[in-house]
Ligand binder design. Structure first.
Ligand code: K1U
Ligand code: ZN
Length: 186
């Protein structure tokens, strides 16, 4: 198992459309192990494989609060099959856009079809943070970032900041727990 580097904007790989998993073999199980290790170390509540440079449709997630036991979730080839008309907003963050949080409006509820690590197919209806996080991670598998859902003015401002930092070779540290808005912590 290994903690992998998380890609940060403006890395072009974050805009790739990831490929579906054809066979769930040891390489996929090893990838999932590395994704959990990387996600917990960041720390984050979700991660898509493309964020560590692997363009495959694999998502890990753990929405358990700080004082609760871990609740690892794995979604292979996740697909949104239904969205509610009702919307909700959440102050989203992204490990590939460290230290930047912004309100994003998305469908409040979604149905998602996916495979588990045993290749078993599931369809769940999600609400609340699970619905938000699933949409955020499935967006990653399609090369979409949460800043694509905010105003162009704000998006251009943040992209400019990260391009400048990359040009100067400034290290961009992943968001530490201290930087996470209070209401995100369990
Ligand atoms: O996909 C990612 O970049 C991970 C991202 C997931 C996410 C957060 C909020 C709304 C939608 C999707 C993160 O995990 S950002 C970090 C974060 O939210 C957090 C970190 C530590 C404790 C609690 C929250
Ligand atoms: Zn993200």
């Amino acid at each position: 198992m290994a903690i992998r580097d998380i890609l940060v904007i403006p890395d072009k790989r974050l805009r790739l459309k990831s490929e579906p998993i054809k066979t769930i073999d040891k390489s996929v199980r090893d990838l999932v192990d590395d994704m959990f290790e990387t996600m917990y170390a960041a720390p984050g509540i979700g991660l898509a494989a493309i964020q560590i440079g692997i363009p495959q449709r694999v998502v890990t997630m753990d929405l358990a609060k700080k004082d609760e036991p871990a609740e690892k979730r794995v979604f292979i080839n996740p697909e949104i099959t239904w969205v509610s008309d009702e919307k909700s907003s959440y102050d989203e963050g992204c490990l590939s856009i460290p230290e930047f949080y912004e309100e994003v409006e998305r469908p409040k509820k979604v149905k998602v079809k996916y495979l588990d690590l045993e290749g078993q197919e599931h369809e769940i209806e999600a609400d609340g943070l699970l619905a938000t996080c699933l949409q955020h991670e499935i967006d990653h598998t399609n090369g979409v970032l949460f800043i694509d859902h905010i105003s162009k003015l704000k998006r251009d401002m943040i992209v400019k900041k990260f391009k400048k930092a990359a040009k100067r070779g400034e290290p961009i540290k992943p968001a530490a727990a201290d930087d996470v808005p209070e209401h995100h912590l369990g």
